[in-house]
Ligand binder design. Sequence first.
Ligand code: SF4
Length: 198
Amino acid sequence: MDRQFIVSYQIQDSLYLNITNRCPNRCAFCIRQTATGIGYNLWLEKEPTVQEVLAAVKDPRQYQEIVFCGYGEPLSRLEIVKEVAAALKKQGAKSIRVNTNGQANLFYGRNIVPELANLVDTMSISLNAQDAATYVKICAPANGEEAYYSMLEFARKCVGVIPRVILSVVDWPGVDVPACQAIANELGAEFRLRKPID
Ligand code: SF4
């Protein structure tokens, strides 16, 4: 697949930011596994700088929400997320969301959630499964079952620090949706059944 430099794309009133293609998972339903993805080629020829991301947003006030997501895990570029979110807030962004696999604390070896307080309004974490074994089967994380437990702990740390915390799953063979909902309830997070793209 050719690589391009699509750093932002709009879906309805939201603007999505594509800042990296790196991810420690290989989810079975990931749009990276399909040739056309969501209709844009989000394979980046290089990772954008802070200035390039801000240039791709132009005026943040025109969107209901600005979402860090993309063909990859946005928090693998934590410093960029922090700098861009701070600049967008200053420019009047209404709401900022991060779509994440929740493995950042494992990746960095520290709790990074406080660093995102006041910068991120919504943390949408891919729960993806009701237990570690199912998670490993569906998401093939580089760190095995530890990735699942770390993601749950990350969600726990977000609740009370980030204003809105959502745990999401894709309806996929092997996923026990009610059991996943119960996990979200127990953690004090919202629950969402999502399509693979958002
Ligand atoms: S965590 Fe997200 S980007 Fe990473 S493989 Fe899974 S669906 Fe794709």
